[in-house]
Design a binder for this molecule. Structure first.
Ligand code: PHB
Length: 389
C-alpha cells in the first residue's frame, strides 16, 4: 500500500515537473525565407522586420518566451517543404511563417494542414494561396487587389492601349488577368500580353517587341528584386522618350531598389499596399526604427508583411495565454484581427484568412534627396477580388 502511494506521488510529481517544464518551453516561430538566390532581398527584408518587431515588443508573450528560427529555402519549393517538415517535427515550432514566393507557400501548405500548424504567409501574393490550406493566414497582399486599382486608374488618365508584361507564374498570371478584366470593362484595349520566365529572365526581346507595338503604356508585374532590370532595359531602349508610359503594381518600383534605379523612374505610376513614404505616424516610426537597426536599408512591402505577420502571431499568443490550445486555438485567434499597420488599417478576414487593406496609387518623386513612391489616391478596404469561393 505504502509503495503504491509513493508510486502515485512519484507519478504526480513527474507529471507536474513535465507541466512546469512545458510552461517554460519557448514558443518557436519558424520563418522559412529565401536568404540566398534570386529572391534573397525578400528574405533579408522580412528577417530585418521580424527582428525589429521582437526588439520593440520583447521576446516574452503572456509569460512565455518566444524564439525565432530562420531557415533559408534558397527559393526552392522542395527545400521549403522539407524545412517545414523538420521545423514541425524536430523543432516543434508552433507557427510557420515567411514564404517569399508563391511556389514556396504552395509546396508547404500540406505540411501546415497535416500538422495543424498555422502558416503565416508574409510575402507570396497569388490569390489561390489561402485556399491551399485552412491553416494559412496572409499578411502580404494579392496581385488581384493591386491590379484592379490600376485597371481603373489608367483609362481615366488617357491610357487606352496597353501591352502587359508579367512573370510567367501565379502572381503574374493574376496581375495580367485582373488588370485586363477591369481595363477592358473601362473600355481599354490590351493589344498584347507577354509573359517572361521567372528564373533568370531576359527582358530585352520582350521590351523590343513592346517598343514596336507602341502602346500608350506598358503594364508590368515582376516579383520584388526584378524591377531594376526591367527599368534599366526600358530606359536604355528610350521607350519613355518614345512616349510609352510605364505602369504596374508597386513590385516594380520596390522601395528596396528604387533609389538605385535612378531618376528615369520619376513619374512612374503604380498601385500597391505599401510605400516607405506612407504619411502616418506609425509608418514614420517604423521606417525610422528599421533604418536605424539596418544601416543602408529602407523597408519595402516585404518588410511590412513580415512585421505585421509577427504582430498577428504575437496577438494570437496573447489571446491564447502563450499558445494554449495548440494550432487550432492560435489560428482562431489570428482570424478577424484588426490593427493599424505601417501601411494603414488592416484586417484579417475571418472567412478567407486573407488580408483586407487599402490600395494606393503612387507616383515616383524625389523627396529629401531620395526616390519614393508618393501616394496620391487610395481605394479603401480592398478585399482580394481573386477568391474562387
Ligand atoms: C509571389 O511569388 O507570390 C510574389 C513574389 C514577389 C512579389 C509578389 C509576389 O513581389
Amino acid at each position: 500500500m505504502k509503495t503504491l502511494l509513493n508510486l502515485r506521488a512519484l507519478v504526480l510529481a513527474l507529471g507536474m515537473a513535465a507541466v512546469s517544464v512545458h510552461a517554460q518551453d519557448a514558443f518557436k516561430i519558424g520563418l522559412i525565407l529565401p536568404m540566398t538566390g534570386q529572391q534573397a532581398t525578400t528574405g533579408k527584408q522580412i528577417e530585418a522586420a521580424a527582428r525589429l518587431f521582437m526588439a520593440q515588443n520583447g521576446d516574452k508573450v503572456a509569460g512565455r518566451k518566444v524564439e525565432l528560427i530562420i531557415k533559408d529555402d534558397g527559393g526552392i519549393p522542395d527545400a521549403a517543404k522539407r524545412i517545414a517538415q523538420e521545423l514541425v517535427v524536430n523543432d516543434k515550432v508552433g507557427v510557420l511563417g515567411g514564404f517569399g514566393l508563391t511556389p514556396l507557400a504552395l509546396a508547404t501548405a500540406p505540411i501546415a494542414t497535416q500538422s495543424k500548424t498555422p502558416m503565416v504567409v508574409m510575402a507570396a501574393a497569388t490569390s489561390i494561396i489561402t485556399e491551399a490550406s485552412p491553416y494559412i493566414v496572409r499578411t502580404s497582399f494579392t496581385l488581384a487587389q493591386c491590379s484592379v486599382a490600376m485597371g481603373d486608374w489608367a483609362p481615366k488618365n488617357g491610357i487606352k492601349r496597353v501591352v502587359t508584361l508579367v512573370s510567367d507564374y501565379g502572381p503574374g498570371i493574376d496581375a495580367e488577368r485582373f488588370f485586363k478584366e477591369r481595363f477592358l470593362l473601362n473600355s481599354g484595349q490590351v493589344i498584347e500580353s507577354l509573359r517572361v520566365p521567372l528564373r533568370n529572365p531576359d527582358f530585352a526581346p520582350f521590351l523590343q517587341k513592346v517598343r514596336d507595338l507602341k502602346p500608350d503604356a506598358l503594364f508590368v508585374f515582376v516579383p520584388s528584386g526584378a524591377g531594376a532590370a526591367v527599368m534599366k532595359q526600358f530606359l536604355e531602349r528610350g521607350m519613355d522618350k518614345a512616349g510609352i508610359k510605364l505602369i504596374g503594381t508597386g513590385d516594380l518600383t520596390d522601395d528596396d531598389q528604387l533609389n538605385d534605379m535612378g531618376e528615369g523612374t520619376l513619374g512612374v505610376v503604380t498601385s500597391h499596399h505599401y510605400s516607405a513614404m506612407h504619411p502616418s505616424v506609425v509608418n514614420k516610426k517604423f521606417v525610422e526604427a528599421f533604418k536605424k537597426a539596418n544601416k543602408g536599408m529602407r523597408p519595402n512591402f516585404m518588410a511590412v508583411g513580415g512585421y505585421d505577420g509577427m504582430r498577428v502571431i504575437y496577438e494570437a499568443l496573447k489571446n491564447t495565454k502563450g499558445g494554449q490550445g495548440g494550432g487550432d486555438a492560435l489560428l482562431a485567434a489570428m482570424k478577424g484581427q484588426i490593427f493599424e499597420s505601417p501601411r494603414g488599417q488592416i484586417f484579417i478576414d475571418a472567412q478567407t484568412r486573407d488580408i483586407v487593406q487599402n490600395i494606393y496609387l503612387r507616383r515616383v518623386e524625389k523627396k529629401d534627396g531620395e526616390l519614393y513612391n508618393v501616394e496620391f489616391d487610395v481605394i479603401k478596404e480592398v478585399k482580394d477580388p481573386g477568391k474562387t469561393k
